[in-house]
Design a protein around this ligand. Structure first.
Ligand code: HEC
Ligand SMILES: [Cu+2]
Length: 464
């Protein structure tokens, strides 16, 4: 074999040294983190080496919907509650840029529970309106972490909506699943009672006594229901990254109609329990739950401290589509009427929010809609379609449209015994609902003016 000439060797040496130099001194790859808004989760990170990751986050104060007819001035990361979800990889160097929008009234900062270091970055990121701060940290510990604003008064910044999740993906990522979703529970404390319309200010008193008016998923009542529900197909595996922003309550997180195959308790990366019904998520903590969906239907995400769910808003939906499997779940196999207390009309005390004397037809209809959704929809369904054989329809109901004063009577006294609505026989009991005259007038006006009904108004004076 012929040895290369000395000159050629020199060139080789030069090339090798510069390559080595380049590899060592150019440092890790730099990239910008892709942030996502709930319920979307940033994509799995494919690279197998560490990188420098730039996170750009903005704090901004915005007025938004807390519930139907209820608005709130949210203090936010990224203009949303929860703030955007961040995903980095174990070992990454994170360069965090926090900008506080010039229209903000408050200074803000960020404490990421994923940070090892003073205040989780709080002091280093304190930013007055119209300014930007920068700090860096190494994502040493993989796991799912809450981040939140920690500017004084801390409780108030959190109560107003300043929290979100950062997932530090382990070097060896969690097992692959088909769908990943981002859900954060939190509470709101308002001057007015639950449902009281208008722009509601924050109540420090209720926050201190820890009695919230709203407990919600993803920042508002109904943010994960109907056409905003999360979805999956039969046979798919689903992973929920669940956080609890608090500021006070602990969540008994449960999905009605499903069992968690694996739970990564408290947001650690160890799947430490199988077959869990309800997992506890501390305030300022998280959990990861994995499950496979076997049958179609609507699974309901709840805080199983159940009055929060049905009266304060912590209810979300996961809609599963696909082939039924009667062996796993049969659906209803029989339905007969069961009235242990006899067919007499029972009293059901309803709590409709005190409201305002509605004056204009528009106000009356809006008030009626509120009463309908909180009282009637449970039986007659959201669009007045009823439930075949049990609850008669209010949509295009011949019984309703034929006689206004009879309809008023139904609401004043309840109704039992056989009736025929649109050719279908019903023999059930509608309880006496204890509504005020104003509520009866407005809810009937609402019903008459929707779903193909006659379109007339009911006056309070007609309700004797
Ligand atoms: C707990 C369940 C329940 C609730 C809540 C309820 N209803 Fe009913 N409603 C019934 C049942 C059951 C009947 C049929 C009774 C029968 O078979 O005699 C009925 C019948 C009616 C009828 C006459 C039949 C028809 O379809 O036109 C009207 C009108 C009506 N309800 C309106 C309302 C309105 C408005 C509300 C809310 C303020 C309401 N209901 C709340 C169960 C309920
Ligand atoms: Cu803040």
């Amino acid at each position: 074999m012929k040895l290369p000439k000395f000159k050629t060797l020199k060139i080789y040496l030069f090339l090798v040294t510069s390559l080595v130099f380049f590899a060592f001194c150019s440092g890790p790859k730099t990239e910008e983190a892709k942030l996502t808004y709930a319920p979307e989760v940033p994509p799995h990170i494919d690279r197998s080496s560490e990188a420098k990751v730039i996170v750009n986050m903005e704090t901004v104060e915005v007025v938004g919907r807390l519930a139907d007819g209820v608005e709130y001035t949210f203090w936010t990361f990224g203009g949303s509650v929860p703030g955007p979800m961040i995903r980095v990889r174990e070992g990454d160097e994170v360069e965090f840029h926090l900008k506080n929008h010039p229209t903000s009234k408050m200074p803000h900062n960020i404490d990421l529970h994923a940070v090892t270091g003073q205040g989780g970055g709080a002091a280093a990121s304190l930013t007055i309106p119209g300014h930007a701060s920068k700090f860096s940290f190494k994502a040493i510990n993989p796991g799912l972490y809450i981040y939140h604003c920690a500017t004084s008064p801390v409780g108030m910044h959190i109560a107003n909506g300043m929290y979100g999740l950062i997932f530090v993906q382990p070097k060896e990522d969690l097992p692959k699943v088909d769908k990943e979703y981002y859900v954060v529970q939190s509470e709101f404390y308002t001057k007015g009672k639950n449902g009281e319309p208008g722009l509601q200010p924050f109540s420090m008193e209720k926050a201190i006594t820890e009695i919230p008016d709203y407990v919600v998923f993803n920042g508002s009542v109904g943010s994960l229901v109907e056409d905003r529900a999360i979805t999956a197909k039969v046979g798919e595996t689903v992973r929920l990254f669940v956080g609890n922003g608090g500021p006070n309550l602990v969540s008994s997180f449960h999905v009605i109609g499903e069992i968690f195959d694996h739970v990564y308790t408290e947001g650690g990366i160890l799947p430490n329990q199988k077959n869990v019904q309800t997992t506890l998520i501390p305030a300022g903590g998280s959990a990861i739950v994995d499950f496979k969906v076997e049958v179609p239907g609507t699974l309901i995400l709840v805080d199983h401290s159940i009055f929060r769910t049905f009266n304060k808003g912590s209810l979300g939906m996961l809609k599963v589509e696909g082939e039924a499997n009667a062996t796993v779940y049969s659906g209803k196999q029989d339905d007969t009427v069961y009235l242990p207390e006899g067919p007499a009309i029972q009293r059901m005390v309803t709590e409709v929010k005190p409201k305002t004397s509605a004056k204009t037809p528009k106000e009356i209809l809006a008030n009626g809609e509120r009463v309908y959704k909180s009282v009637c929809a449970a039986c007659h369904m959201k669009e007045g379609q009823g439930v075949a054989g049990v609850f008669p329809p209010l949509a295009k109901s011949d019984y309703l449209n034929a006689d206004k004063s009879r309809a008023i009577q139904v609401l004043q006294k309840g109704l039992s015994g056989p009736i025929t609505v649109n050719g279908q026989k019903y023999n059930n009991v509608m309880p006496h609902l204890e509504l005020t005259k104003e509520e009866i007038a407005s809810v009937l006006s609402y019903v008459y003016n929707n779903w193909g009904n006659k379109g007339m108004m009911v006056n309070e004076m007609e309700v004797k």
